[in-house]
Design a protein around this ligand. Structure first.
Ligand code: BGC
Length: 251
């Protein structure tokens, strides 16, 4: 099935058509700058422009950087506070004219990795982590997602973990990969203490730099880069939309 997957982020809104049978992107990815302030109405109109760019008529999967419960945003750590209690799925559907299925962005990336990437056919506890402006997490037990885990908000060294070791912090504090890697190792060690995972998968841009800090990672569970690197969010959002569409058609 062909589906449009979109990853909504603080700086860019990126989309691509995805073949959900294989997890491969079809054609070129398209990126629009996230409007500032990133209010619900402004973001919805940018999403509409993205949907029109692809001339797409059909369900749209959207990864969104907040906890999403039944299509409604329940948190807003790095986005405009006016998103809280917004029915994101409804708003996007109204503005784009297409059915929109919304889920947490890290959960989307995790779904892609579990289906087509480095979590494929793996049992046990797997935690995917995205490290960008914030830290997002997706926790899987024997292939099943526990949604909206928000483990980037654990307390570490007296602060919210994503304020200690996100990629934005690495850039802002001009940390070397080694120094940042030590911080990230502390974060992974905390996750390991709490969840005893079998595998950590690192998504987002930092995954491409894993060789620069892997020597600082001391967890028992291995840390591997996402096979889909930066595209996992788009691919997983498309997969989510395809699965919901198929489930509704067969109901
Ligand atoms: C948000 C999460 C999101 C993560 C990555 C965090 O600040 O709370 O919902 O998954 O950033 O975008």
């Amino acid at each position: 099935m062909q589906m449009l997957g979109v990853d909504i982020g603080g700086s860019g809104i990126k989309g691509c058509l995805v073949d959900t049978a294989t997890g491969e992107l079809i054609g070129e990815r398209h990126r629009l700058v996230t409007p500032q302030p990133a209010t619900p109405a402004a973001v919805a109109h940018t999403l509409k422009a993205l949907v029109e760019h692809f001339d797409w008529k059909g369900p749209v999967g959207c990864g969104f950087p907040a906890t999403i419960h039944n299509g409604i945003a329940k948190s807003a750590a790095n986005i405009d506070k006016s998103w809280i209690e917004t029915d994101v799925a409804h708003l996007f559907g109204d503005v784009t004219g297409q059915p929109c299925h919304v889920l947490n962005d890290a959960d989307a990336a995790g779904l892609a990795e579990m289906r087509y990437g480095n979590g494929r056919d793996r049992q046990g506890v797997i935690i995917l982590i995205t490290v960008g402006t914030g830290i997002g997490t997706a926790v899987f037990v024997n292939g099943h997602l526990l949604p909206n885990t928000e483990l980037g908000h654990l307390m570490l060294e007296g602060m919210v973990a994503e304020h200690y070791c996100s990629d934005a912090v690495r850039k802002r504090e001009d940390l070397s990969w080694g120094r940042w890697g030590k911080r990230f190792n502390k974060y992974l060690s905390r996750l390991e203490f709490l969840f005893s995972p079998d595998l950590f998968i690192l998504g987002s841009g930092s995954a491409a730099k894993l060789d620069k800090f892997i020597d600082k990672i001391e967890t028992r569970a291995p840390l591997v880069a996402a096979a889909n690197l930066n595209q996992a969010g788009i691919i997983g959002a498309a997969l989510h939309a395809a699965e919901l569409t198929a489930a509704r058609q067969s109901a």
